[in-house]
Design a protein around this ligand. Sequence first.
Ligand SMILES: Nc1ncnc2c1ncn2[C@@H]1O[C@H](COP(=O)(O)OP(=O)(O)OP(=O)(O)O)[C@@H](O)[C@H]1O
Ligand SMILES: [Mg+2]
Length: 481
Amino acid sequence: MSHHIEGVKVYSFTPIKAPGYKVYAVENITVVPNTKVLPVLSRIVKYFRYPLETNIRLKIKSSQLLKISPEKLAYLVYLLSDIVVPLYLSRYESHSQVLIAFLENLKDGGTIVHCVALITKKDVKVFSRRPTIFIAIVRNPDQESEVLQVSNLYKISWLYLSQILKVNKNIDIPYIPLRTYTVLILFESKTEDDKYIEVTVPELHESVRVKIPIKPAEWTLEDLPPKLRGDLETIVIKPIASGASYAPRGILITGPPGVGKSVTAEVIASALKLKIIELRPSLYRSMWYGLTEKILENVLKAIKTRRNALVLMDDADFLVGRHVSIHETHVSEVTILLRYLQEQFRPLTILTTNAPELLDSALIRPGRIDVVIVMGYPDKEFRKQIAMRSAKKYGLTLSPELLDTIASITRWFTNAEIDALLRLAASKGEGKITEEALLWARSRFNINEQLRASIQNQLRWFGEQYQGIIVKYVVNDSEII
Ligand SMILES: Nc1ncnc2c1ncn2[C@@H]1O[C@H](COP(=O)(O)OP(=O)(O)OP(=O)(O)O)[C@@H](O)[C@H]1O
Ligand SMILES: [Mg+2]
C-alpha cells in the first residue's frame, strides 16, 4: 500500500526472505528498475556474506553509475531492503534493525532520495531501542567537505524517515536508536574512464576485451610556424570550433618522417580542446579469423558517440590500397574504415602518413578526408623555434648567438633531428650547450641535402595533385638555406 503526500511516497512491505520483518520505505521519487545496478549489488553483497565487525567503506568507481538517474539507482535500495539485508539479518544480526539511505548531490547540501527502515514486526509501534545498522549509499561525494561524517548522515536520514512516518502512518519514533556499524557505499566517478575506451566483443566461448587509450594533447598552436598556424586556424580550427556545417571532419597530414605530423595532430586536438583517441592496428587486430573486423566495428561504434575527443590514426600506412593488399582482413579493415569515415556524426578523424601514395585512394577523397596538410622541412625561423622548444624541454639555455649557430648548421634537418642534435650537444657539453658542442654534434649527423631537396619537391607536386583543400607548410629552398 502507498499514498502520496507532498511528493513523498511511504509504503511498507514484508521482505520475501524475512517474514518477521517489515520494511518502511520513504522515497521522494518513483523507483525504476535498472539492470545496470545489478553488478554493483553483487559487489555490495560480498560484504553481507559475513557478520559485520567494523564500519565498512566501500568505494565503487564507475562512470556508468554517475550517469544512471536517481530513480533507477534508488532501485538498489529496494534490492537491498528486499533481499540482501533481510537475508543478512536472519542469519547474523536478527536483534538489529537496519536503516538504508541513498543520498544524492551532496555538493549542494544533499538530498535524501530514498530511505528505508527494516524493523521487526513486533517493534513497529515504538521502534525499539535495538541497535541500528546504517547503510549509506552516497553518490557524488564531495571529497573536501565533511560529507563523510557518517554520524550526520545517519541522524539526518533517521530524522527524515521518522518525520515522514509520523505524518503519514502515525508511527512514533521518539528517539534516535543506537548505531552499531555503518556500511558506507560511495559511488565515485571513475577517472580511468577518460583514459580508455573499453570495448567488449562477445565471442563464442569468452568475450574479447579491447582497451583504446585516450590521451591529452601536449602541443599547442604556439608550437607551429606562424604560417601554418594561421592557415590551420582559418581552415580547420575556427570552423570546427564554431560547429559550422562546412567544417572539415577528416584530415590527412603527410610529409617525410620527423617533420612534426604527429605534433600537428596534437596541436589540432589541443586547439579544439579535444583529447586524442589513438587507433592503432595493434590494439584491435586479432589473429582469429573474422575477429579483427568485429572488434574494429565495435570500437568504432564506441568511438562514434564521443564528443570530447578526436580520432588519430598515426602512421596510417597500414591502410594500404585494397587492390595491392594481399590480406583479406586488411581489405575489410579498410572497407570498414571507409564506411566509418563517411558517417555524418563521428568525431574529427586525423590520419598521418609519410607515404600517402600507399593509402587506399578512396580514403583521401573529400567527404572522408576534407583537408590535406602537407608538411616539409622547417625553415630557418622555425628551426630556431624548434630548438628553443627542445631547450626548454630539457632545461637548457640558448643565447641568441647559439640559436643563430643552430639555424645555420641545421639546413634540411627535420624537427626530430633538431631535437636530437640538441640532446647530443647537451651530452657533449655535459648539460650546457656551447658552440663547440653544437659543431661536434652536427658532425655526427649525415644529411643528404640533395635527397631532401627532392623530397621537398615531391611534396610540392603532391600538393598540386590533390583535388581538395590543402594546407601547406612547404617552404622554398631559399628559406631553408
Ligand atoms: N612544432 C614543433 N616544435 C618543436 N619540436 C617539434 C615540433 N614538431 C616536431 N618536433 C620535434 O620532432 C619530433 C618528431 O615530431 P613528430 O613525431 O610529430 O614527427 P612525425 O612527422 O610525426 O614523424 P613520423 O613520420 O616519424 O611519425 C617531436 O618529438 C619533437 O621533438
Ligand atoms: Mg608521427
